[in-house]
Design a protein around this ligand. Structure first.
Ligand code: ZN
Length: 248
C-alpha cells in the first residue's frame, strides 16, 4: 500500500532524489527488476500485503479457475498469524516473496533494522512454507542504495512494478480494471501491482481486487496474453538474445 507516497511526493517535490527513492521504475539507487521483455505477450500479476483472511483464499480460487500463477509479496507478521494461508498459496504453485516483517518505509530505517526486517520475514516464510523465492519487494516501493545492497547481501532480488492497480483504497473493481488496462503495454512484459491484503491489519477488504483480477485475466487471456510469475518473467528477460548479439 502506498498512501505515504502522496505525502512524500509533496514534501520532496523539489527533490528528484527523493522521488527516485519511491518511484517504482527509478534506477538511480541501484538495479531492480521492474518489467519484462516488451514483446513477450506476458503479464505478471503481483499481490502485496497478505496473507489476508479471507481475500487471499478467494483470490486463489480465481487464479485456479484460469490456471494462472501469480507472485505474492507477504508481510512476515501476517505469515506468523496465518501460516495456513501462506501454505495454501504455496501449495497452489504461486511464487512467494519477502515484503519485510512489519512493512516499514525502509528509507527511514537503519541498516541493522533493514536487515532484521528482511531476515524476520524470511524466517516467518521458511517456518510456514519452507523453501520460497528469493524475491523481495520494499514496502511502498521505498528504498535507498543501502536497502538494495542489504537485499543483495541476503541473496534477494528486488522487484518493483511498472503497472499500478491503485487498489489500496479499495475502489470499485471497474476502476481498478480501467487503471490497469490503461497502463498495460500491447506487447506485454508488464509487472502489475495489486493487493490481496492491507499492511495495517489482517482483514482488509480486497473483494474488489479479487473481482478485478477475475475480469482482467479473462479479458487478457482472450486477447492471447499469458500470465506468468515474476521469476518466469525475469528468467525470460535474462535469456534475451542481447548477449548473443554482442558475440556476433
Ligand atoms: Zn505493501
Amino acid at each position: 500500500m502506498l498512501p505515504v507516497l502522496a505525502g512524500l511526493a509533496a514534501v520532496g517535490a523539489a527533490s528528484a532524489a527523493g522521488y527516485q527513492s519511491m518511484a517504482p521504475t527509478g534506477q538511480w539507487y541501484g538495479r531492480t527488476f521492474v518489467a519484462g521483455k516488451r514483446e513477450s505477450g506476458r503479464i505478471a500479476l503481483t499481490y502485496d500485503d497478505g496473507p489476508n483472511d479471507p481475500h487471499t483464499l478467494r483470490l486463489l480460487e480465481v487464479l485456479e479457475k484460469y490456471g494462472v500463477h501469480a507472485t505474492f509479496f507477504m508481510i512476515g507478521k501476517f505469515v506468523r498469524q496465518r501460516p495456513d494461508i501462506a501454505r495454501a498459496v504455496a501449495a497452489a504453485g504461486h511464487l512467494i516473496g519477502n515484503h519485510t516483517f512489519t512493512h516499514p518505509l525502509l528509507i527511514f530505517k537503519s541498516e541493522a533494522q533493514t536487515r532484521a526486517q528482511l531476515n524476520d520475514c524470511r524466517r516467518a516464510l521458511t517456518d510456514a512454507i519452507g523453501e520460497h523465492s528469493r524475491l523481495f519487494r520494499p514496502p511502498f516501493g521505498g528504498r535507498r542504495p543501502a536497502t538494495l545492497r542489504i537485499a543483495r547481501e541476503l541473496g534477494l532480488d528486488t522487484v518493483m512494478w511498472n503497472v499500478t492497480g491503485y487498489d489500496w483504497t479499495a475502489p470499485p473493481a471497474s476502476v481498478i480494471e480501467k487503471k490497469v488496462a490503461r497502463q498495460l503495454h500491447t506487447g506485454g512484459g508488464d509487472v502489475v501491482l495489486l493487493h490481496d491484503g492491507g499492511h495495517r491489519a489482517m482483514g482488509a477488504d480486497r473483494a474488489h481486487t479479487v473481482i478485478a483480477t477475475d475480469n482482467l485475466i479473462r479479458q487478457y487471456k482472450e486477447q492471447g496474453y499469458e500470465f506468468v510469475t515474476v521469476s518466469e518473467m525475469m528468467k525470460a528477460a535474462r535469456d534475451e538474445p542481447a548477449a548473443v548479439g554482442h558475440q556476433t
